[in-house]
Ligand binder design. Sequence first.
Ligand SMILES: C[S@@+](CC[C@H](N)C(=O)[O-])C[C@H]1O[C@@H](n2cnc3c(N)ncnc32)[C@H](O)[C@@H]1O
Length: 292
Amino acid sequence: MNYRHGYHAGNFADLLKHTALCELLRLLTSKDKKLFVLDTHAGAGGYDLAADKARRTGEAEAGIVRLMAESRAGTPGAVARYLSAVQAYDRKFGASGGGLRRYPGSPRLVRAALRPGDRFVACEKHPEEALHLKREFAGDRAVEVSQSDGYHALKSMLPPPERRGLVLIDPPFEATDEFEVLLRALRHGLRRFAIGCYAVWYPIKDEEAVRSFMVSMADMKPLVMELRLGRDLLPGKLAACGLAVINPPWKFEEAMREALPWIAARLGPDVRATISAPPAAAASAPAPASGG
Ligand SMILES: C[S@@+](CC[C@H](N)C(=O)[O-])C[C@H]1O[C@@H](n2cnc3c(N)ncnc32)[C@H](O)[C@@H]1O
């Protein structure tokens, strides 16, 4: 386990994943019923963009920093709400002036959306990252940080007594069999909790592997969103990624169809966003929607 999200926090992949996460949370908390959230691969919780890790890759500069600089009147609602959540987290740490200093990871974005009575479990397997995560939420009784295997939590924590739940699955994809392991765990989760909403992030480094992943997921009827930095994949570098959402709430697709092309257009002329509805809906809706 060498992956550290600190090198990548706020990059284009986080823009896709975190805009979607904020929108899912908003829609799922709009009903007056308790919600359970499980973040299976939570990371450190929050990231210092001035730290060596982030500066070395420059990924946040090309991602969240650029998006913030480009945001103005007319920003789609889902993007504006995501950017507000990022700014609120940055302010919480007293950052002011000199640009964005701290970036919220998925646990921080979830925490900001929780209402009293909602429940949140964040799993992180790496001891150092788990320690950071525990420190991030020290004394916060609304968050349960578990240093454990997030795939196992799909078995042990589902179905939640709340009967309403959001599960974020965001693995580092270091292992060559990650797609297979993820699929097995996801199927297990769905068998236990079929009505839950699941958001699954994946890298696009090998088109064939992703195609086969999509074929395996077809019966789950996911809404599939992808962001590509250019026409070609770059060897050894992440230049495209996707997020598959199973059982998305009403209005989510509409919000993301507005948000993603807007984000893509701000990141560069060759950046493209696509959204593919599940097969049944796809027959009546033109897909994909491309950015630019
Ligand atoms: C992509 S990062 C998570 C980023 C985070 N979800 C966010 O959006 O801010 C993936 C994390 O999963 C952790 N990890 C790897 N295998 C795991 C497992 N089986 N269970 C839980 N965490 C794991 C890694 O240590 C890493 O911190």
